[in-house]
Design a protein around this ligand. Structure first.
Ligand SMILES: [Zn+2]
Ligand SMILES: [Zn+2]
Length: 129
């Protein structure tokens, strides 16, 4: 199977799911449909897609990097370290911060999926500091 078609299948899998999947989960889904594709092919394709900016790769505190298709609206997340709740925040506020950083440091930010760790309101209520 050509590399480009593996890329397409991975992108379709991520877009259908509309969530964050580990490489292992992506491989699991693809294997159901295409038993001929092996794990290292999927991992290499993910690396290529991430490098090309077509998928984001993030540490969301799950012990393995997660991938998500980058398309349409860019978004970012707040992740609760206690209950793993994921809150999605839109790009506008973060982009303003990135713009400031780019100006102040003459630095081009390529991060397209920012993860901020913390504690959600329910967890702070349950376990006040
Ligand atoms: Zn996301
Ligand atoms: Zn929480």
């Amino acid at each position: 199977m050509r590399a480009s078609s593996v890329n397409q299948i991975i992108l379709k899998t991520l877009e259908q799911d509309q969530s964050h999947l580990t490489a292992q989960q992506i491989y699991g889904r693809i294997r159901d449909n295409l038993p001929a594709v092996n794990q290292s092919t999927v991992y290499r394709a993910l690396e290529r897609l991430a490098h090309a900016g077509q998928v984001s790769v993030s540490d969301m505190g799950l012990g393995a990097a997660v991938y998500e298709a980058v398309g349409g609206e860019q978004h970012h997340h707040l992740v609760c370290q206690e209950c793993n709740q994921v809150i999605t925040i839109d790009d506008a506020a973060i982009q303003a911060l990135f713009n400031d950083i780019e100006r102040q440091h003459d630095f081009q930010v390529v991060t397209n999926h920012l993860i901020l760790f913390g504690r959600c309101s329910a967890c702070r209520e349950r376990m006040p500091e």
